[in-house]
Design a binder for this molecule. Sequence first.
Ligand code: B12
Ligand code: SF4
Length: 532
Amino acid sequence: MRKLRIAIIELVTKGTTRTLYSSVMHANLAGIMPQIVAVWCEEEGHDVTFVCCTHRENLTAEIPTDVDLVFISSFTQAAQLAYALSNLFRSRGAVTALGGPHARCYPQDAQQYFDYVLGFTDKAVICDLLLDCSPHRPVGLYLTADRQPATLPGVRRRWKFIAQTLRKAPLLKIVPMIGSLGCPYNCNFCIDSEVPYQPLGLDIIKEDLRFLRGKFRRPGVGWHDPNFGVRFNVFMDAIEEAVPPGSVKFIAESSLSILSEPHLKRLKRNGFMGILPGIESWYDLGKKSKTGQLKGIDKVRQVSEHVNMILRYLPYVHTNFIQGLDVDQGPEPFELTKRFVDTTPGTFLAFSLLTAFGQAAPLNLELQRAGRVLPFPFHFLNNHHAMNVKPKHYSWLEFYDRLIDLTKHSFSWPAIFNRFKANRGMISRSMNLLRAVSSEGFGRIKYHTEMRRRLETDRQVRRYFDQETTELPQFFVDQVRKDLGPLWEWLPQGALYHDQNAYLALEEGHLSTPAAIVSDSDSWAAARVAAP
Ligand code: B12
Ligand code: SF4
């Protein structure tokens, strides 16, 4: 095989940004897979240039002009940026490949702009792509393994790329690690609801933790497991065997059902500093939060007590809520969350707008069938900048009024002050203060308020929200142009639009695209299979 010059670009943001939060945190939002793909490409003997793009960098200067192959890793919010970059690199003669959440959620759309679009990715998929490495146009080839990989390279092998990324994190440095894939729960809005739970090798994890202690005085690790701690004791035994208690700081996303008091004691002893449980709804998903059949105010009381208990053990708790679920109606869900803010002053609350990310989750099929998915450009699909699902029980104006009221309540000065008082330690206090006054708190109030104003005053926007037109209002076009900066010129024609019902079309057999399923035993490059 000829030696390829390969660039790997990870997009952790969707455009030019200069906020304080972005300069402190963006490099810490880097994923694991771009680093892994870089490792696999080097292992196959190729030259790799790796850039984690926090969007202060000049990409066109950092990537050599003569690369043969460019991998781009993108969330849906960065899809337009990714499409523009692919167009630019293709014009220079490179072949391009897309991986990451956007590729898993909207493969058919991405195939119009990339030579390869990757779903589940293991080393066999990457090796087959490297062997082929040729343009596939006008429709790219969709490559996927038939399941999540059984094993992934750990920190030691990824170190070169981790170190390079963390140089862009001036204060807090969080090393991404992963101990499991998939999830045993089946929340119907989630990308992992149908992906079986699968633990990864404990030996690699132990080796990595020991390795990191040689790199930092007290390393910080962020677990990227979709739901950390499902096999709690096995996992904690491994951590305890590898490193002395408290010598590594950890952050993890975990469900409340896992965060019992005995587990919290063990987490505290082992240096867990932050935990991100998803509460999501006061009326649904009781299994995940261990509240069973409890609903409404009863659930608020129980969860509030639970989160306050967590805060007695761990200094930082970030709770997630989904706004606009079908079970919600009237003022009550929002008022209950306000009550939760008051009774649980130490937690940071994140309010995600219900978003149907293409073919990510079973619920999206129902929503598309019901004609309730709006075609907002991908750029706005990050759970905050647009809600692409028409709410079942709210008008848009009522929904935004309630959302703004709730966000203002959570980031009012009294709430910020109470949070500050309730938190322990400078890191938790300053992180929550920074998040409140930066893009997440004040920034979001400003953004939602502007959206609410436009709904009332901008006829184009109103008609778009009411599904009377699919023509994109100028307000949205201007934002994408501003965020893309000079790369706007490279955005392919039509790339602001997508078929928001593509998943349904696929399920009903109206869409077929060149695709290849690759598994360890069935190499696509060898067999050249092209099956739907
Ligand atoms: C860990 C995690 C994070 C971490 C790490 C993010 C990161 N850079 O990876 C943090 C907390 C920082 C985060 C932040 C956000 N997240 Co997040 N996150 C997750 C989570 C829980 C796990 C993802 C994961 O790492 N899985 C393990 C990997 C190994 O598996 P995988 O993701 O399935 O990837 C496979 C393939 O896609 C492929 N692949 C993945 N990446 C790449 C890259 C290349 C180059 C290639 C070739 C292949 C490839 O290989 C993997 C193995 O098969 C998922 C939910 C879930 N249950 O999966 C949400 C999820 C990915 N996040 C989501 C969102 C919306 C966000 C935010 C926008 C939220 C926000 N508003 O702030 C931000 C965006 C941050 C960013 N970097 O741009 C959505 C993405 C939807 C979408 N289509 O964009 C998800 C799916 C949750 C959801 N709402 O359903 N997130
Ligand atoms: S518990 Fe979390 S990761 Fe698991 S299915 Fe539900 S939302 Fe997804």
